[in-house]
Design a protein around this ligand. Structure first.
Ligand code: 6LW
Length: 482
């Protein structure tokens, strides 16, 4: 059976997409949590094919990397093009001043230093301007969970009125992710409900005024995959965009659970695309509108370009703090920033249901770790010392070496792969060493232990490179979609 929309347009953990259009160009931003730089920014001409053009939060003055627990840090953004600049509002939940606004003339960056919006506690801020140009910020506030709004001065970071409740949603859990749109004399307030797990959905209300009162669509939720057999689940947190031809589209988050019940998703919440029709004055999601495909996300990197590709991120540290170059210009990873946790990890998201990754390194007198990580308590790794390699697995409080082997001194190639499952899980994780005929499989295990259903949280798997001691030279890495 062919299922429409089984493939993300931005794979790997890229949740909470927010989209805007400038002429024929579309731009999109997603959440980034504890990873730095924060808020990846993408560009597309056709909504189906996206290229990462940068990250919005690239400087410590915008986002100070710190010892964050997994899934803290930067939550859902809203990206808009209004009156000249691009505006991005998001929340740093690890910062006591919460929502922050940055602007850029060009979404490639650089983005401005942040303006913090004081007095607006909550998450998922939207930014919109009414017909007279007045700015409104609309967000999720807890206790009780609802959507609140206030007129704001986004340049000064001040609210111009006390926050007002504009909608409590239809009564499901977690009314959140508000976005506002003007169409045909109505203001539409679109939200997510049901929580970001299997019950996730999209609900909408409308009003003649941006400030409400908002009337719920009679047929809410207008979009959900809950309780269906669709391979993409958790669908919600949508944002709409009007195309140059007057058609509309939606981007939203979804997951791809696999394996035995309850189903395990491993690459986090990813960004999907649907068409939107307007039926009787309400948005209707049309998942057959666009043809999405598996895509090939393969890449190789020898890290010799002047600026690193924007896909490289790090949990709780800026990559510049622990990277350098050797005399020949190759990437050096430096140990020594470790504070007992996992700092100093140069990481890239896993994009596919099956993939392979190799890293060729010289450890010198040091030690190196290639890891697959969901968070600081759920990961597996290959640890290399000059004459030895060990495979480790951490599942919550259990952390152990599974197998070890001796190796020859000199450059070594380490392998991680996600393969078709043999254990009833979402995939098998295989760890190995060597190249060509000299490849040695060290171990394989059920990938469910590195899934969101086991680890919890809002992120997904990343593949990381880390110096455990000394300085390690990374010659090349290769990621291949399978
Ligand atoms: C996001 C919120 C959510 O801000 O998850 O469950 C948060 N809902 O909409 C993190 O992605």
């Amino acid at each position: 059976m062919t299922v429409p929309n089984a493939w993300p347009v931005i794979p790997g953990f890229h949740p909470d997409p927010s989209i805007c259009r400038a002429g024929d160009d579309y731009y999109l931003a997603t959440s980034s949590f504890e990873y730095f730089p924060g808020v990846p920014v993408f560009h597309s001409h056709d909504l189906v094919h996206w290229t990462q053009i940068g990250n919005a939060l690239t400087r410590a003055s915008q986002l100070a990397p710190g010892a964050e627990a997994g899934s803290r840090g930067i939550y859902a953004p809203t990206l808009r093009h209004h009156d000249g600049p691009f505006w991005l509002i998001t929340t740093n939940v690890s910062h006591d001043r919460g929502h922050l606004i940055v602007t850029a003339d060009d979404p490639h960056g650089p983005w401005s230093d942040p303006v913090f919006l004081d007095g607006a506690a909550g998450i998922d801020p939207d930014i919109a301007w009414d017909e007279a140009g007045q700015c409104y910020v609309t967000w999720h506030s807890g206790n009780p969970a609802r959507i609140v709004q206030a007129a704001a001065d986004p340049e000064k970071g001040v609210l111009l009125e006390a926050p007002r409740t504009v909608w409590a949603g239809t009564g499901l859990a977690w009314p959140e992710a508000p976005h506002l749109y003007r169409r045909d004399g109505w203001w539409y307030l679109m939200i997510a409900e049901g929580g970001t797990e299997r019950g996730h959905c999209v609900a909408v209300a409308r009003s003649r005024s941006i400030t409400g009162p908002f009337e719920s669509a009679p047929h809410n939720p207008v979009f959900s995959h809950r309780s269906t057999g669709h391979p993409v689940q958790n669908t919600g947190h949508a944002d709409l965009v009007e195309r140059p031809d007057g058609e509309w589209a939606a981007v939203y988050l979804g997951t791809r659970p696999r394996g035995t019940t309850p189903g395990f998703h491993v690459n986090g919440r990813e960004t999907f695309l649907a068409g939107v029709d307007w039926v009787d004055g309400w948005p209707a999601f049309d998942e057959s509108h666009f043809e999405t495909t598996p895509g090939d996300h393969s890449f190789a990197d020898d890290f010799r370009s002047a600026a690193p590709h924007p896909r490289w991120v790090s949990p709780n540290a800026a990559p510049a703090e622990f990277t350098g170059r050797d005399h020949a210009g190759a990437l050096r990873l430096l140990a020594g920033t470790a504070d007992g946790g996992q700092s100093g990890i140069l990481a890239v998201r896993a994009y596919d249901p099956a993939w392979s990754f190799s890293a060729t390194v010289s450890v010198g007198d040091g030690a190196f770790r290639l890891l697959l990580r969901v968070d600081e308590r759920h990961w597996c790794a290959l640890d290399v010392e000059p004459d030895r390699i060990g495979a480790r697995l951490a599942i919550g409080p259990l952390e152990n070496e599974i197998v070890s082997a001796t190796i020859e001194p000199g450059p070594v190639t380490l392998h991680l792969a996600s393969r078709s499952p043999t254990f009833d899980g979402p995939d098998d994780i295989e760890l190995g060493v060597g190249s060509g005929a000299g490849y040695r499989r060290l171990t394989a295990f059920d990938g469910r232990y590195l899934s969101t259903e086991v680890a919890g949280g809002f992120t997904g798997r990343v593949i990381g490179l880390q110096a455990l001691s000394g300085a390690v030279t990374v010659h090349e890495v290769r990621y291949a979609s399978r």
